[in-house]
Design a protein. Structure first.
Length: 639
């Protein structure tokens, strides 16, 4: 009978084992049901000592989200030992049991896999086995789109659970950037948090693939790009929201960018990496001075055709693109002071297509020639070519009829005859390297000229020169060898400043007609000052040092506005009494002449004359003491 009951018990235990994999009963209910069935099918017998040894592995664990689960076998008795065994299921290095002799061990499995585990318990006499089923859900990958609304060709994607993996992309793209700021450095395509840069109007599939043990899982994000956006370009330049360096018009188009000396400006020259910069087609003003460019960015002449102002100074370019002439709306162009000793020897022929230019600064660029097309810049008003060394100016340079400021280069050949057509010219200077330089004979046609500076070995001025009625400042230096000035030089009645290095031995009588002259500086071989020099009533500064002047005319006292007088290193013997009439004088330098006496009239200057230098003259000690009494407040330098 006992054997019969034991067999029945065994059968019903097996039956319950199968049942609990499909229904969820409590252990107590299962055991009660087993014993009820056993006792209902057999006769009464108190001897049950032959029932086999049993154990309980706990309940099945199905559809687990994480890839580990804590097992729940029955506790071991003092004389028992247990061990968990993986009977079936895919096994690799990620599949294992922590503390496998613990009934509450943690089992690690693979996503999407099912396992059968055996809980084996032994004591000194017997062994008991029980099994449970464990299954894990597949690995879920969630990709979150964090892209701002203005993105049309790029994405900001993040794998939500930040698992390890790698991106792959279907479709040609620009770049992928790692957005895990402050984290461990990893390759960009292995970052779960990326910024993706695409091209225009391109379909993309971005797939994130991860491995868990020997299994691979992936998730794809599909994206159809649009056209490059101006905000995307501003993001590339780190200018989003920076309204101190970015200006927009009423239609929200970017019209001005200022990036002088900025660390992001170089990206204008890297269209392969930052193609979104092509979208800035509404730009009217662009400042890129001192940004370390060695080549002129192609995007400027290719795309920024509305550009009106471009400042590209302080870089190191050696050429301008052939299509620079595309910038037909350009009004102001500044490219000067090339760095790293880079030279820009010539301009492309298309430069003459910039017919709207009114301001052009190309100083210090190493130019050696200008294209003949340069003469097409008929709207040019300001031109700076200083610090360049040209063989010549274009033949038709005079076509620049609106030019009012010309800061010229060093020119080997003389300025062309057409130069006299620059009737709007007000400011002009240039160097001449010619061994025998000259100005066009009709140079006097430049009737609006106010400032003229000439550097070169000029021997004469054309007769028409005195027609420059509006000339206020005239300087000629650089080794000039003038043999004479035009007889009617005094006709330049607007002159306020006159500086002549290389003045001839005599000045024309008409010189005293320069009634508005304030600043007069002469060097050369001058022997005599004009007899009527006192007629220059507005003269404030007079320097005639280092020449051969023998006397100062009596009319000198008429210079009542004179504040500074330097006639050092001449041959002057007498100071006229009229010096006492120089009521505005502050400084006089008569050192290294042949003066022996000082007129008493100098006492009239005691309240105004601050500095009187007389060293290197022939005066006696008593004459010096006399002078010191006449000018007690003046700093006198006798030695």
């Amino acid at each position: 009978m006992l054997k019969f009951i034991a067999n029945k018990l065994k059968n019903y235990l097996k039956l319950m084992k199968d049942l609990r994999s499909t229904i969820n009963m409590s252990k107590i209910y299962q055991l009660a049901l087993i014993f009820l069935l056993c006792f209902a099918s057999c006769q009464k017998d108190d001897d049950i000592q032959d029932i086999k040894y049993v154990t309980d592995a706990g309940t099945d664990a199905l559809n687990i989200e994480e890839f580990k689960v804590q097992l729940n076998a029955s506790e071991l008795k003092s004389d028992e030992k247990g061990i968990w065994i993986i009977e079936s299921g895919l096994i690799d290095e990620q599949v294992f049991i922590e503390n496998k002799d613990n009934p509450k061990a943690v089992f690690h499995g693979l996503p999407g896999e099912k396992y059968k585990l055996i809980w084996k318990v032994t004591n000194s006499k017997s062994t008991a086995l029980d099994t449970i089923a464990v299954s894990f859900n597949t690995l879920k990958i969630e990709i979150e789109n964090l892209s701002p609304s203005f993105y049309k060709t790029r994405l900001h994607l993040q794998v939500k659970n930040q698992i390890k993996g790698k991106w792959t992309v279907e479709g040609k793209y620009v770049n992928i950037w790692n957005q895990n700021f402050g984290g461990t450095s990893i390759p960009d395509e292995e970052s779960p948090n990326i910024k993706f840069f695409g091209l225009e109007n391109t379909p993309y599939k971005l797939t994130w693939t991860t491995k868990y043990g020997s299994k691979s899982f992936s998730k794809t994000f599909e994206f159809n790009s649009g056209v490059f956006q101006q905000e995307e370009a501003l993001e590339d330049l780190a200018l989003l929201g920076d309204w101190s360096r970015v200006k927009k018009d009423n239609e929200n188009n970017v019209i001005s960018i200022h990036l002088g000396g900025d660390g992001y400006a170089w990206r204008f020259g890297a269209m392969d990496k930052y193609p979104a910069l092509q979208s800035l087609t509404h730009l009217k003003k662009l400042t890129l001075y001192g940004d370390g460019f060695y080549t002129f960015p192609e995007v400027i002449a290719n795309k920024y055709l509305d550009l009106e102002v471009l400042d590209f100074s302080g870089n190191a370019i050696s050429k301008l693109p052939e299509n620079i002439g595309n910038l037909k709306k350009l009004d102001s162009l500044t490219i000067y002071n090339n760095q790293d000793n880079k030279l820009l020897p010539e301009l492309p022929a298309s430069f003459g297509n910039l017919t709207n230019l009114s301001y052009l600064k190309l100083s210090g660029m190493g130019l050696t020639t200008l294209p003949e097309s340069f003469s097409n810049l008929r709207k040019l008003q300001f031109l700076d070519l200083e610090g360049n060394f040209l063989d010549k100016l274009p033949t038709n340079f005079g076509n620049l009829v609106m030019l009012n400021t010309f800061r010229g280069p060093n020119i080997v050949q003389n300025v062309p005859a057409s130069f006299s057509k620059l009737i709007s010219l007000k400011f002009c200077f240039f160097f001449s390297s010619n061994a025998n330089p000259s100005l066009p004979g009709d140079f006097g046609k430049l009737v609006n000229l106010e400032t003229l500076t000439l550097y070169g070995k000029y021997k004469t001025l054309p007769k028409s020169f005195t027609s420059l009625k509006n000339l206020k400042q005239f300087q000629i230096s650089g080794g000039s060898l003038l043999t004479s000035l035009p007889d009617d030089f005094g006709a330049l009645t607007s002159l306020e400043t006159l500086i002549i290095n290389g003045v001839p031995s005599n000045l024309p009588a008409s010189f005293s007609n320069l009634k508005n002259l304030k600043n007069l500086q002469l060097t050369g071989s001058l022997q005599n000052l004009p007899v009527k020099i006192g007629d220059l009533k507005k003269l404030e500064y007079l320097a005639v040092d280092g020449m051969q002047i023998k006397e100062i005319p009596e009319s000198f006292g008429g210079l009542t506005s004179l504040k500074f007088f330097n006639a050092a290193s001449n041959q002057i013997t007498v100071i006229p009494a009229s010096f006492g009439n120089l009521t505005s004088i502050l400084t006089i330098d008569l050192s290294y002449n042949k003066i022996a006496e000082f007129p008493n009239s100098l006492s009239n200057l005691s309240n105004t004359l601050y500095d009187f230098t007389i060293r290197g003259n022939n005066f006696r000690e008593d004459e010096l003491k006399k002078l010191q009494k006449l000018l007690p407040k003046t700093r006198i330098t006798p030695y």
